[in-house]
Ligand binder design. Structure first.
Ligand code: ASP
Length: 436
């Protein structure tokens, strides 16, 4: 019998009705031996996530204000679930401990993590599974990054000794043994780490959508669901703004080739999206997905004979390094180098940055232009299909969109085009229509 790790997002755990669906899903297959929950999320659009309530409580307490009311409200979410499911369980002692620790100055990370902790306690009791506290087996280093190998060793040892377990998402311990959390949405990463530790056959990530869509549904209303995509395609798409899964959750499972299956708690009958190492060659469409982001700035450096000057690029990038600015793309010509940057990072330092780039590279001309939107059209199929870029650019031309930048990596996994911010939505829709 295989092993499946199931991770449930906040909306799947928002109230008793949702938790009851989760329990049914877990119980429907004996292979579902390890469960990773988030904290209860929003029940409706105006609602607050438990994690946000806890962060609010922390902020009150750290300003010397009483946090009891907010905490009570957060705890009432669990009381409602327990009552709604008629569970033989009380979390009142846990609530008391949390209340006292927050009143006596517990850290922000401790507070943020309690949503998952309590949800883990609740599910473990409801399912009759063991509760495994990640503080004892998921480790971060001094820099706050996950210590992959130490975690893998401890977690596989711990989970190897239990039949079934619930491991709350989102947190672990720092080198001093204190609670440390991932960035928001980090329970996805916990799920992936657990899947690797138990050598799962599949990592099922249950959420409130039936998988990845080929394009943002706010731009393409009936966008198709992607049935299968590779880890690399997913990286490209999530980096460019398609967010169903925390972008760091790929690394632990990619390593061991464990597929991730995105599924919908509210529609378990839907096929969802499968993310694998290698996609089948005969996929119906050449393009897997289209994603993009706005608000980029391009700095173009021009210098006669740049092509034969050793170290030009290095000097330019060293300047960015000093400003701690990350570059996104580096399209270049014979005597020009363009650096595409996130506008948010450039704006506060733009003047000094330009001056320094000019001085250090001794370029003849430097130019900035803002308000660029980048759109990535992603798909392994593009490599073997002649005419893909022709199709893409004619679609943009027909829609009357001016292309300001083109970047096609030599892996041919994607074609990135830069268009004016105001043309972004129109461009995504035009590309979608050309390929789907
Ligand atoms: N509860 C945390 C958040 O709201 C972590 C997670 O849901 O993955 O970000």
């Amino acid at each position: 019998m295989g092993v499946v790790v199931t991770k449930f997002g906040g909306s799947s755990l928002a109230n008793a009705e949702q938790v009851s669906k989760v329990l049914d899903i877990v119980r429907s297959d004996l292979r579902n031996r390890f469960v990773v929950p988030s904290a209860p999320g929003k029940r409706h659009s105006e609602d607050e996530k438990v994690t946000d309530l806890l962060l609010h409580a922390y902020s009150l307490a750290s300003h010397g204000k009483p946090a009891d009311e907010v905490l009570d409200y957060a705890f009432s979410r669990y009381r409602d679930i327990i009552r709604g499911l008629d569970l033989d369980l009380s979390l009142e002692d846990e609530f008391e401990i949390i209340r006292e620790r927050i009143a006596s100055g517990a850290s922000r990370d401790y507070c943020a993590s309690r949503g998952e902790y309590l949800c883990g306690k609740l599910l473990a009791a409801a399912l009759g599974y063991e509760f495994v506290d990640p503080v004892d087996c998921i480790y971060f280093n001094e820099r706050g990054n996950l210590d992959q190998e130490k975690t893998h060793a401890a977690l596989s040892r711990k989970l190897g000794s239990v039949r079934n377990a619930v491991v709350p998402g989102f947190y672990g311990a720092d080198p001093q043994g204190q609670v440390h959390v991932f960035s928001r949405g980090g329970s996805d990463v916990t799920g992936a780490i657990v899947a690797r530790a138990v050598s799962a056959d599949v990592y099922e990530n249950w959420t409130d959508v039936s998988g990845f869509l080929m394009a943002d549904p706010r731009i393409v209303p009936n966008a198709r669901t992607i049935s299968i995509l590779s880890y690399r395609e997913l990286r490209e798409l999530s980096y460019m703004g398609a967010n169903v899964l925390h972008e760091d959750s790929i690394f632990p499972v990619r390593h061991s080739g464990i597929p991730i299956h995105i599924r919908n708690t509210n529609r378990p009958q839907d096929p969802g999206t499968l993310i694998v190492n290698r996609v089948p060659k005969d996929r119906e469409l050449v393009v897997t997905g289209i994603a993009g982001r706005k608000d980029f700035t391009v700095i173009t450096l021009e210098k006669a004979m740049m092509n034969s000057e050793v170290g030009f690029g290095m000097r330019a990038l060293n300047v960015l390094d000093r400003y701690n600015i990350n570059f996104e793309h580096l399209p270049s010509g014979i005597d020009t180098l363009s650096i595409v940057l996130n506008s948010r990072e450039v704006e506060p330092v733009q003047e000094e940055l330009l001056r320094e780039l000019q001085e250090v590279t001794e370029c003849d001309h430097i130019e900035v232009s803002g308000n660029l939107a980048l759109i990535a059209t992603v798909g392994h199929g593009m490599v073997s299909t002649p005419g893909t870029s022709a199709r893409l650019f004619s679609a943009l031309a027909q829609a009357g969109i001016n292309v300001r930048m083109i970047d096609q990596g030599s892996s041919e996994l994607n074609i990135i085009v830069g268009v004016d911010g105001k043309d972004f939505e129109k461009a995504v829709a035009a590309i979608y229509d050309a390929f789907v």
